[in-house]
Design a protein around this ligand. Structure first.
Ligand SMILES: *Cc1c(COP(=O)(O)O)cnc(C)c1O
Length: 402
């Protein structure tokens, strides 16, 4: 009865989203994640096998047999769940082992696990900063960082234009704040470019600021040994805090963490609300993530294949005449600028057996609609050729290329 009024309000909003062409339908996958997946779209239609160019499964570890075996091991030896937060009775030796392993992989003193990187980012700023402090944040940081900054209500928040080091320096120079923290993504998820960490750490030293990097799209794949953007820019020791996810290259299940100086991690264990009030990570996920780190710590073949294929894919799309954002990561956006065109393009490609998604406002700025392609080591070179053929066909059909 009382729902009537609210129902109309919600239904109107949904209609508005639909009428503006921004409604997001979910495609239903009926196979494990991988380079080739089985998808139903629209819902209930027959399964169609498509090449997957839109997952964050960069290294193809989501369905790796050793990772699955490690998850089963975790299940057999540590149970399904712990029914507790960490500080009550939710910490197993497995959780401590993963924390140590992440610290050593990222070259940091200590690590704290969260249920997701979203939670990690939501937690951190409120704990480490107060009204005497200031955040200097890139304009394009991930939504979870923005939410975390919002939760730190008393902290001054300055936003610099994307990767604009001149503006960042001006802001730092004008600030009298006690703790200054520069906050950035390592790899920006929509554009596929990297933060200028070399310049950022130089500014941080000059103005005595801390550096926080969310390396969710970089851990495991960027840098000579996959340590992420700090390794790529050779500034591992100069990045104070890293947050990252286990839900992308590192097996793709879920979970996230913050790595950094030991006082920072200790304080987070005392005060971080998503750590204190949300359940511990599932043991099977922890066990599998430990295996992932073992694999990528010594075997760079998947990473090298990924980088090689990404370079080839980028160069080939440019060759076909597409407008590609500059960058050198496996995130390769094909710029179309128009939201409807991006959706049509994605649909046509799906019909050709290539699964990509169109991105448009509010996920990217107005007039910046695009198809974001992402390369995975689970794709083969032959898959890339097939997909290039489809991109060419659809590109010509929709008048995007000649
Ligand atoms: C994906 C992503 C997150 C969220 O990670 P989850 O573990 O899925 O919550 C946070 N930050 C960035 C930059 C991301 O790309």
């Amino acid at each position: 009865m009382s729902y009537k009024k609210a129902q109309k309000i919600y239904a109107d909003v949904i209609n508005e989203i639909k009428e503006s062409g921004l409604y997001k339908d979910e495609y239903i996958i009926t196979s494990p994640q991988g380079g080739e997946i089985s998808v139903q779209f629209p819902q209930g239609s027959i399964n169609k096998n498509v090449l997957n160019f839109c997952s964050n499964n960069y290294l193809g570890l989501a369905s790796h047999k050793d990772v699955i075996a490690a998850a089963k091991n975790g299940l057999d030896n540590y149970g399904f769940g712990l029914s507790s937060v960490r500080f009550i009775c939710g910490t197993q030796d497995l959780h401590k082992k993963l924390e140590e392993q992440v610290s050593s992989f990222l070259g940091k003193e200590d690590t704290i696990l969260f249920s997701s990187c979203f939670d990690a980012n939501a937690a951190i700023f409120e704990v480490l900063l107060n009204e005497e402090d200031a955040i200097f944040s890139d304009q394009l940081v991930h939504a979870s960082i923005i939410d975390g900054e919002r939760l730190a209500k008393k902290v001054e928040r300055l936003i610099y234009p994307h990767s604009d080091m001149v503006e960042l320096e001006k802001m730092l120079a004008n600030s009298n704040s006690r703790i200054k923290m520069i906050v950035t993504d390592g790899v920006f998820s929509m554009d596929g470019d990297m933060a200028k960490l070399d310049e950022i750490v130089t500014l941080a030293e000059k103005y005595e600021a801390l550096v926080f990097v969310d390396d969710s799209h970089a851990t495991g794949l960027i840098g000579n040994t996959g340590r992420g953007t700090p390794e790529y820019f050779n500034v591992i020791d100069k990045v104070d805090i890293i947050s990252t996810t286990f839900g992308k290259a590192l097996g793709g299940a879920n979970g996230g963490c913050i790595s950094g100086k030991k006082e920072i991690i200790s304080l987070l264990r005392q005060r971080a609300r998503p750590y204190l009030f949300s359940n511990t990570l599932m043991p099977a996920v922890v066990s599998a993530t430990i295996k992932v780190l073992e694999i990528i710590d010594k075997d760079f073949t998947l990473k090298e294949k990924l980088i090689r294929m990404s370079e080839y894919w980028r160069a080939s799309l440019i060759n076909l005449g597409f407008d590609i954002k500059n960058g050198n990561t496996p995130i390769i956006p094909v710029m179309l600028y128009d939201a409807k065109l991006a959706q049509d393009f994605a649909r046509e490609l799906f019909n050709e057996g290539v699964y990509v998604r169109g991105f448009f406002y509010p996920v990217v700025a107005q007039g910046q609609a695009r198809i974001r392609t992402q390369i995975s080591a689970s794709l083969t070179e032959e898959d890339l050729e097939k997909a290039l053929f489809a991109f060419k066909k659809v590109g010509i059909k929709l008048g995007v290329i000649k």
